[in-house]
Design a protein around this ligand. Structure first.
Ligand code: SAM
Ligand code: SF4
Ligand code: SF4
Length: 347
């Protein structure tokens, strides 16, 4: 028996065991990346010998579109394409076009490191139906940024990508900065100064213990409260509330009206109670939590010929059984689970 509770206008809404509806689907389109951020794909693990997925293992665009359509039938209204690096997937704009036409999808966005985002690609993505974009950038000086991408990419290249996205109308551009105390904490204020007044929304992300390879330590996490104190002392900020339930970033605005920043505090102030997100890995496994150890293999089901109703039933049952609230239960020790890597299921 599925957990359903009434939702306007008149359709029953699917909820999990903690009464959380399914609203967002994050779809990883590749496990490959041109960066080697040590907090995500450290080179000593993701080196030349690492075996990435082969093409037949990846969901095809048609399979991705089908899953998105089925999920939309269960209440999903927001899709995010991610990876690995989603812009490495060939003809990604074609996939965007297919997803933009899925009935019920109100928001379609993508998270990228920006390295491959040319003005032409930004325009093509916008024309295909992409509404917004998030571009990751961890520092403004090449020494720090170089250490954080570990693949020789410059800050200028990512700043150009941010401008290309803005010119293409993918607004507002969100800029994700993962903060690690010993690596880029000194960039917190300079990043704010740079993006203040630009219309782009900088979002600080607490360094998370995703996967098992990044050697996470609590001491490397700069708590959201500390980031707020720093920004308040420098510029003066005040809370701006959340746009909607389930929004991951806590919003703060500059008192002088020069814009806002977001802080994603999944370590120090977990937000599992509002978590309406599911994730699909590039090979078609459904994960109901970023920190899940196991996914549910939807690709095999699809390729065995299951019809839409069968897949929808399966998805609904998985969601209805969901109990995940990893961030709320995280202990001070890194929990000895075999957690899935972030580059595998996307952030
Ligand atoms: N490659 C794309 C990018 O970097 O934007 C998309 C995938 S990446 C896994 C998605 C987001 O997760 C990025 O903003 C990245 O900075 C963030 N991320 C990766 N590892 C993280 C970690 N250990 N803690 C917090 N955020 C992390
Ligand atoms: Fe690649 Fe993004 Fe992970 Fe960095 S955070 S290694 S850019 S997938
Ligand atoms: Fe959602 Fe899992 Fe993150 Fe909690 S830990 S917010 S349940 S993805």
């Amino acid at each position: 028996m599925l957990n359903m509770h009434p939702s306007p206008p008149n359709s029953p809404q699917l909820v999990d065991t903690l009464r959380r509806p399914l609203r967002d689907l994050r779809i990883s389109v590749t496990d490959r990346c041109n960066f080697r951020c040590p907090y995500c794909m450290p080179k000593h693990i993701f080196g030349p010998d690492h075996v990435f997925m082969e093409r037949p293992q990846l969901l095809t665009f048609e399979e991705i579109e089908r899953l998105a359509r089925i999920a939309a039938g269960l209440g999903v209204t927001k899709l995010r394409l991610t990876g690995g690096e989603p812009l490495l997937r060939r003809q990604i704009d074609k996939l965007v076009g297919m997803l933009a036409r899925v009935p019920g999808i109100q928001d379609l966005t993508l998270t990228t490191n920006g390295a491959a985002l040319t003005p032409e690609l930004a325009n093509a993505l916008q024309a295909a139906g992409l509404k917004r974009i998030t571009i990751s950038l961890d520092a403004l000086d090449d020494a720090t940024f170089g250490a954080m991408n570990d693949a020789g990419f410059t800050v200028a290249r990512v700043l150009q990508a941010i401008e290309a996205a803005a010119q293409a109308g993918l607004l507002p551009v969100k800029v994700n900065m993962v903060v690690q105390r010993s690596v880029n904490a000194h960039s917190i204020v300079p990043m704010a100064r740079h993006f203040r007044g630009s219309g782009h929304i900088l979002r600080y992300i607490e360094y998370m213990d995703v996967g098992t390879t990044n050697g996470w330590k609590l001491a490397e996490v700069v708590p959201a409260a500390e980031i707020v104190r720093l920004l308040d002392a420098e510029f003066g900020i005040e809370p701006a509330g959340r746009n909607y339930t389930g929004e991951v970033a806590e919003r703060w605005r500059y008192r002088d009206g020069s814009g806002e920043v977001g802080i994603i505090s999944s370590v120090t102030q977990p937000f599992c109670g509002d978590c309406t997100r599911a994730r699909i890995s590039a090979d078609g496994r459904l994960y109901t939590c970023l920190f899940a150890a196991e996914g549910h293999d939807l690709r095999t089901l699809m390729r065995a010929g299951a019809d839409d109703a069968h897949i929808q039933r399966e998805l609904a049952q998985i969601w209805a059984r969901r109990t995940d609230r990893y961030s709320e239960m995280r202990s001070r020790e890194t929990i000895p689970l075999h957690k899935v890597e972030m580059s595998f299921i996307g952030g």
